[in-house]
Design a protein around this ligand. Structure first.
Ligand code: F6R
Length: 236
């Protein structure tokens, strides 16, 4: 594991964007898993700036988002489809027909989740999974007491995640109770992983994830056994 401890969010987002840009420059047809939430916003902003300066070309990449809330329409303002379009896809030249999300509204959601993993495999597997981390140690929406061997699936959200994500909704009651998420097995199959953690609220769980036992109670702790993980961590 490579660990960059950086002084603040500004340094974190530039470091992460630089590493992601390098991945795309070295392998223009990279298959990339993207997170949503507060942490990646500044990273996406810098990636878009690199594109605008003509320093980065997204046309060859394929995107698979990590997760999506169940029950929201793709164009609902709180959906992760909408977030990705707002924060990154509409600002760069990713091919629209290679922007994939787990199907949160599929009639047969289990089949749709299996199909998502099969599609990732058909595209040659993930070259890079870019991750944030929840205050409870989740990656994607793999909540504590997770199953390390699970592929993409539908999961209930914990109260901690509902409260943490209420800031993106009018109130906590509006946060969907379930989500579809890439499983830990899917994430761990990525050739390279970059995790960004920012702010004092993440400090305790980061200490557990990086230095504590590898346990389903702290889903991110499984990253300790991945062969190519880069962690960018700012306490400020
Ligand atoms: C969302 C995702 C989550 C977030 C995590 C941290 O797509 O994958 O694991 O990365 O909840 O969210 P923020 O960055 O808002 O603290």
């Amino acid at each position: 594991m490579k660990l960059y401890q950086v002084p603040n969010y500004e340094a974190a987002r530039l470091k992460a964007a630089g590493l992601i840009a390098a991945q795309i420059n070295v392998k223009p047809d990279s298959v990339i898993a993207w997170p949503t939430g507060g942490t990646p916003v500044g990273v996406y902003e810098h990636l878009a700036a690199l594109y605008n300066r003509g320093e980065l070309d997204f046309s060859g990449i394929t995107s698979f988002n990590l997760d999506e809330y169940c029950g929201l329409a793709d164009d609902a303002p709180q959906s992760y489809h909408y977030f990705m379009d707002e924060q990154l896809f509409s600002k760069v030249n990713t091919a629209k027909d290679r922007q994939f999300f787990p199907d949160q509204n599929a009639v047969d959601i289990n089949q749709a989740c299996q199909d998502y993993d099969a599609k990732i495999a058909a595209y040659g597997g993930l070259d890079l999974a870019f991750l944030g981390i929840g205050v409870n140690g989740h990656i994607g929406f793999n909540e504590p007491d997770t199953v390390f061997s699970a592929g993409t699936r539908c999961v209930p959200l914990t109260e901690s995640t509902i409260q943490a994500n209420a800031r993106f909704f009018d109130n906590a009651d509006e946060v969907p109770r379930d989500a579809v998420t890439m499983g830990i097995k899917t994430i761990m199959s990525a050739k390279k992983i970059i995790l960004v953690a920012n702010g004092p609220a993440k400090r305790e769980i980061m200490e557990q994830a990086l230095c504590g036992p590898i346990t389903p109670d702290v889903p991110a702790s499984i990253l300790q056994v991945h062969p190519d993980v880069t962690v960018i961590w700012s306490h400020a």
